[in-house]
Design a protein around this ligand. Sequence first.
Ligand code: NDP
Ligand code: 8X3
Length: 250
Amino acid sequence: MNKTALITGATSGIGKATAYEFAKHHIHLILCGRRQDRLNSIKKELEPLTQIYTLCFDVRDKDETFTAIESLPEDFKHIDILINNAGNAHGLDPIQSGNIDDWDAMIDINVKGLLYVSKAIIPQMTERKSGHIINIGSSAGKEVYPKGNVYCGTKHAVLAITEGMRIDLNPYGIKVGAVSPGLVETEFSKVRFKGDKIADDVYKGFDALQAEDIAEIIYFVISRPKHVNIADLLVFPTAQASSTILKKEF
Ligand code: NDP
Ligand code: 8X3
């Protein structure tokens, strides 16, 4: 029987590439994001390969999140795989001049949003005693870099919450793990720098990871045998050795 996966942040970057990768393997998909137009066009492209349902909601909004997930039709109610991917950095500023709205956005989306979506889905997994949750962390969840303060804090939180989930869900046989990438060329920097052209320079001068690289890794993680749980996976582009060491060629 085909499995069903719910992917947050499926309108762009890693989440979108994961939808395409999973569709190749005929996994039924619930694709989430705030941009319904993008969800519609991805649905149209992937429908020849698998069954698709879209949910348009903001993970910051607790009620919207629960209402959206409760509204799933019968065919999509049974969720085997949850990919908690929605998230972004907002701003890159020293702590003393950081923007409070940016801090709120990162904490509300990357941490609280991930918790709301998980809370809406975990009960069906514990009831069935099966399921797989992958939280998208970051190298920023393993080390802090200058001006990364709150974004790094949210990704450290994601990795701590991942461990906590794995511990608490262990009696139920539910797999929980994190995939933690370094620099991936997506809309991430456009969002971080609010459309400023500085975003164009982030991925110049080296071969950044592409969203498809991470999507293939996520598929590898979810396709391991029942007794194998990849708990944590850190992946850098070859040019990157750490959050602050990057070999650029100009
Ligand atoms: P993108 O900006 O390309 O994608 C972000 C996705 O998150 C979009 O689909 C967006 O959808 C969704 N999203 C953002 N805010 C909300 C919200 N409030 N409610 C619902 N959905 C939301 O970035 P990436 O693909 O790079 O990022 C995906 C994940 O990967 C994030 O968690 C990020 O922290 C992590 N990551 C990224 C790295 C990188 O270098 N790019 C490296 C390490 C980790 P929409 O706007 O339609 O709502
Ligand atoms: C995204 C990678 O280094 O821009 O999580 O924080 S980084």
